[in-house]
Design a protein around this ligand. Structure first.
Ligand SMILES: O=C(O)c1ccccc1NCC(=O)[C@H](O)[C@H](O)COP(=O)(O)O
Length: 517
């Protein structure tokens, strides 16, 4: 099912059910509150809810379709507990998620001490009472579907019953809506419930606007350790994981560990990389990942102080330093020197494994990789851009923060390469038989068509694009593919490794003049 107005339809259906059978949905009315209420969390435990990892009991969803039609809620909850979830969320919405209040009751009965969130589209104070009666410890309240007065009333009701309330937001507007209520537990949903688009940078973009003491839950789209690390870097203390946990509960220990163990490195020195990127997106782009605003600009292949300062002054958002065999390899010590005065995050570009065409793990590239890791650890680099094919697939075990640069050689390769990548963004660059990057060539049109289709159909993230961008092409490329970030290098040079002032200025002028912003 497509996005469209699905949220309104879900809410309308829920209202119909409330008008028909009432909040207890008929058969469950009159259940013994003492029996089902006995697992409720006491005061301190409500305050500690939900711990690092909430896993969801859900059979299907409008955005993902069937996930596990024959799911047994008890088996699923038991597995979650065994694997290390700190709380369980039970979907009770029937028509679109295949849940039920019976699911909630049966999980509560079997696990009296398990912290349970009731996840549904709750609309009326009576919903809160029913949730308590049937054994929930916490309820979800969605700011996007509740008028302010109703939200306030339901929050009060939750307090009266001693239930934790997870108040969910997705936009800046919704943050403003809940601000007067200063809820203690806020969920930031990476998924836009109206379009189903998932953007793992959404929490990072919103978190600084939550300017009251609150525990923040990172919701939706989490599959991997990298996703969990992004959640932590965004200032979230908990994850809410649905599809990944249902399909593969064995991911749970890794996700739980990623939320608790020491972060792999200093997460980007002075810059919190993903937070910087999320917050740097220009005005107007916040509400959607089909970006309208002027894209972020990464100028790559910086080898000296002068070029770095010029690119910064012209408006570059990120600068790239190459740590690989290349005519634009950055001299040793440059990152440390630039980080001291520049005020723009530096990205270390590395080639970390063999490329299909043979370029790759030369001794120079391996030495470059080690050097980049040192500069990342010292805080001189804010992130690492990984070219080449990593053997394991977990980029965070190589470096963090990091993102992959993918160079599909054909449309057929796009899905295979992009679906294997985790984390919030990948950079799409031009394929070349010999060179790992800095080719000066554009990504083939037919590859770009497939990349756009992948991002649209998977509804995940926004486009970061490199390859042959220069003053003459940048405006048309931006207009056509609407990237969130563009990356340019060799077509801004007077010779390999030295930027050309005229071309750099023309590039930024073309970007300002030619765009749709
Ligand atoms: O730029 C290089 O020489 C390079 C060498 C090895 C690995 C990556 C490299 N560059 C990566 C970049 O991010 C470039 O900006 C990107 O490939 C686009 O380059 P260009 O087509 O020259 O604008």
């Amino acid at each position: 099912m497509k996005g469209g107005d699905i949220l309104s339809r879900i809410v309308e259906r829920r209202r119909e059910r409330l008008r028909g059978k009432g909040p207890g949905d008929g058969p469950l009315q009159g259940l013994d509150r003492e029996l089902y209420g006995r697992g409720r969390l006491g005061g301190d435990r409500v305050r500690a809810f939900p711990g690092p990892l909430i896993c969801e009991v859900k059979r299907r969803s409008p955005s993902r379709g069937e996930i596990k039609a024959n799911l047994n809620p008890l088996d699923q909850a038991r597995t979650y507990l065994r694997e290390g979830a700190s709380a369980v969320s039970v979907l009770t919405e029937q028509d679109h998620f295949g849940g039920s209040l019976e699911d909630l009751v049966s999980v509560r009965r079997a696990f009296p001490d398990l912290p349970i969130l009731r996840k549904d589209f709750l609309l009326e104070p009576e919903d809160v009472a029913v949730s308590w009666r049937l054994g929930a410890d916490a309820i979800l309240l969605i700011a996007g579907v509740l008028p302010f007065e109703d939200l306030a009333r339901l929050l009060d009701e939750a307090r009266r019953f001693g239930l934790a309330a997870l108040v969910e937001v997705h936009s800046r507007e919704e943050v403003e809506k809940i601000r007067p209520l200063t809820p203690a537990l806020v969920g930031i949903n990476c998924r836009d419930l109206r379009t189903f688009q998932v953007d793992l940078l959404r929490p990072a973009a919103l978190v600084d606007h939550l300017d009251w003491p609150a525990r923040i839950v990172f919701e939706s789209g989490v599959f991997t350790r990298e996703d969990a690390l992004v959640a932590r870097e965004s200032g979230c203390s908990s994850l809410l994981v649905g599809e990944a946990a249902v399909r593969n509960p064995r991911c749970i220990p890794g996700l739980a560990a990623a939320m608790e163990e020491p972060l792999p490195v200093r997460t980007g020195g002075r810059f919190s990389f993903w937070r910087y990127c999320a917050q740097r997106r220009r005005e107007g782009s916040e509400e959607t990942t089909s970006v309208q605003a002027r894209p972020l600009v990464k100028i790559c292949g910086i080898t000296n102080r002068e070029d770095a300062a010029l690119a910064r002054d012209l408006g570059a958002d990120l600068l790239g330093l190459v740590y690989a065999d290349s005519p634009r390899e950055a001299p040793e010590g440059l990152a440390g020197e630039l980080a001291g005065f520049l005020g723009v995050p530096l990205v270390g570009v590395v080639v970390e494994g063999p490329e299909p065409g043979g370029a790759g793990a030369t001794p120079g590239n391996r030495a470059g990789f080690r050097r980049a890791l040192q500069d990342l650890e010292s805080g001189a680099l804010a992130a690492v851009q990984l070219h080449g094919h990593s053997p394991g697939g977990e980029i965070s075990s190589l470096a963090w923060p990091a993102f992959k640069a993918l160079r599909p050689s054909s449309p057929g390769e796009v899905h295979r390469l992009m679906s294997r990548c985790s984390g919030p963004r990948v950079l799409v660059d031009a394929h070349h038989r010999q060179l790992a990057g800095g080719t000066g060539e554009a990504v083939a049109e037919e590859v770009m068509v497939e990349v756009s289709r992948f991002l649209r159909d998977e509804r995940r993230g926004a486009l970061w694009l490199a390859g042959g961008l220069g003053p003459d092409t940048v405006a048309a490329v931006v207009e056509r593919w609407k990237p969130e970030l563009i990356d340019a290098s060799s077509r801004l040079e007077e010779r390999p490794g030295k930027k050309d002032q005229f071309l750099l200025e023309a590039f930024f002028r073309a970007l300002e003049r030619g765009g749709v912003w």
